[in-house]
Design a protein around this ligand. Structure first.
Ligand code: HEC
Length: 189
C-alpha cells in the first residue's frame, strides 16, 4: 500500500509523538524497540520494590534536539541492498540502509568483519514516500570489552536532529547480531 504524503506525515507525527512519550498520541504498534517511552499506557507504574525497569532510549523533546552531527553527509551515503520490512518499531515500516566509505564492507559482511572507527551505517524507516526516522550506528575507538560492541547508536528525526538518548537497549539486540553487531543489508529485489 503506497501511503499518500499526508498519510506519511501523519505517521511521522505519530513516530515523533511516541518519541516524545506523549501517552495520548502513542500508537499501539510501538513495542519494546529501545527508543519508546519507558512505561506504556495500561502498564502499572514502576514499584520501588519491584524489578528495575529495563533501560530504554529516552526521547528528547523537540526543543532540546540539535542537528545530527552527520546530517551534511547523509546525501553522500551509498545505499546497500534493497527495501524490505524492518523488525524495528514492531514491523510498522520498511527499511533501506545507506553507509559511508568506511563502512563500504557492509555489502560483503562476514562473521569476522570489523569496521574502522568512523564507519557510519544508517537505516532509514519508510512509510510510503516519507522517511519517518533514521536509526544510526557509528563505529568509534573503543576497547575490546566496550559494552556497546564499539558502536554508538542514535535515533535521528526527519528534520535530521538527534532525537533520543540512552541507547543501551539498541546494543542489547545488536550484540546478538551475526556480523560484529550488524544484521546485514536488505536483499536486492
Ligand atoms: C529488538 C531488537 C533490536 C533493537 C532493540 C534494535 N535493533 Fe536495530 N536491528 C535489528 C534487526 C533485526 C535489524 C535488521 C533489519 C531490521 O529488521 O530492521 C536491525 C538493523 C539495524 C540497522 C542496520 C544495520 C544492520 O545491519 O544491523 C541499524 C543502523 C540499527 N538497526 C540501529 C538500531 C538503533 C539505533 C537501535 C536503538 C534505537 C536499534 N537498532 C535497536 C534489531 C534491533
Amino acid at each position: 500500500v503506497k501511503a499518500t504524503g499526508a498519510h506519511g506525515l501523519a505517521l511521522a507525527a505519530a513516530v515523533l509523538g511516541a518519541l516524545a512519550g506523549c501517552a495520548e498520541r502513542r500508537p499501539a504498534v510501538f513495542g519494546d524497540d529501545g527508543w519508546g517511552p519507558s512505561f506504556r499506557g495500561g502498564e502499572p507504574a514502576p514499584d520501588a520494590d519491584g524489578p528495575a525497569p529495563a533501560p530504554r532510549a529516552q526521547a528528547l523533546p523537540p526543543g532540546a534536539r540539535s542537528r545530527w552531527a552527520h546530517a551534511d553527509e547523509l546525501p553522500s551515503l551509498a545505499q546497500i541492498g534493497g527495501r524490505e520490512r524492518s523488525e524495528h518499531l514492531d514491523g510498522a515500516y520498511e527499511r533501506t540502509v545507506v553507509v559511508n566509505d568506511a563502512a563500504a564492507g557492509y555489502a560483503h559482511l562476514t562473521a569476522g568483519t570489523r569496521f574502522p572507527p568512523g564507519a557510519l551505517v544508517v537505516q532509514r524507516h519508510h512509510a510510503g514516500d516519507e522517511v519517518v526516522a533514521y536509526y544510526v550506528m557509528e563505529r568509534v575507538e573503543a576497547p575490546e570489552d566496550d559494552p556497546l560492541g564499539g558502536w554508538r547508536f542514535s535515533v535521528v528525526d526527519p528534520a535530521l536532529r538527534a532525537a533520543a538518548t540512552e541507547m543501551s537497549l539498541c546494543a542489547r539486540c545488536h550484540r546478538e547480531a551475526p556480523f560484529g553487531s550488524l544484521f546485514g543489508p536488505p536483499p536486492h529485489p
